[in-house]
Design a binder for this molecule. Sequence first.
Ligand code: ATP
Length: 205
Amino acid sequence: MKTLGLFGGTFDPIHNGHLHIARAFADELGLDTVVFLPAGDPYHKTQATRTPAKHRFAMTELAVSDDPRFAVSDCDMIRGGATYTFDTVQIFRQQFPQAQLWWLMGSDSLMKLHTWKKWQTLVRQTHIAVAMRQGDSLNRIPRELHAWFGEGLQNGSVKILNTPLYDVSSTQIRGLLENSENADGILPPQVARYIRNQKLYGRPK
Ligand code: ATP
């Protein structure tokens, strides 16, 4: 049976922490493919600005070229309106009816999972794998998630990644670049080049 990891994110920009956990997810879960799913442009003008999806998609494409298990999909970019993980999972279930699906996330996303659209149905339709992030602890999982989480760990439908934390975030990188500081060590080199060529993340004028 094919096993597919779905990895949604803003990827603004994609960084070595994303690639580190994607590799670890693929190794530990034995995934055939990890599909990176950059989020679309905000459909509502009052939402916080982010780098246009075409650039975030291009950077993600460049970043995943190093690992043959990695792929990118524009599935979350081309849908109109708000994009929900629940809908994304339905699309992949239809497209790959025989595959085992894993939704991959950092622990900050896990802590908010109970606020996601139809989360209780979602977690029956896909396995969930979580990479811990700085400052998060499994003791702080919201009460609403306790029963599902405990059961999932027991029956194998929930996995916490063993790999050590890689402490970096896109927010931190945007901050460095806005201050003209170097972020090369925490960005894939081809992404760092793209950012320079396209003049992204400069200090707002
Ligand atoms: P931002 O700082 O803009 O919020 P981010 O670095 O958290 O961005 P996202 O694109 O929002 O990146 O993340 C996509 C997914 O990857 C989320 O589930 C997030 O928790 C996870 N993630 C991002 N960076 C890491 C990291 N260093 N370790 C573990 N998980 C991570």
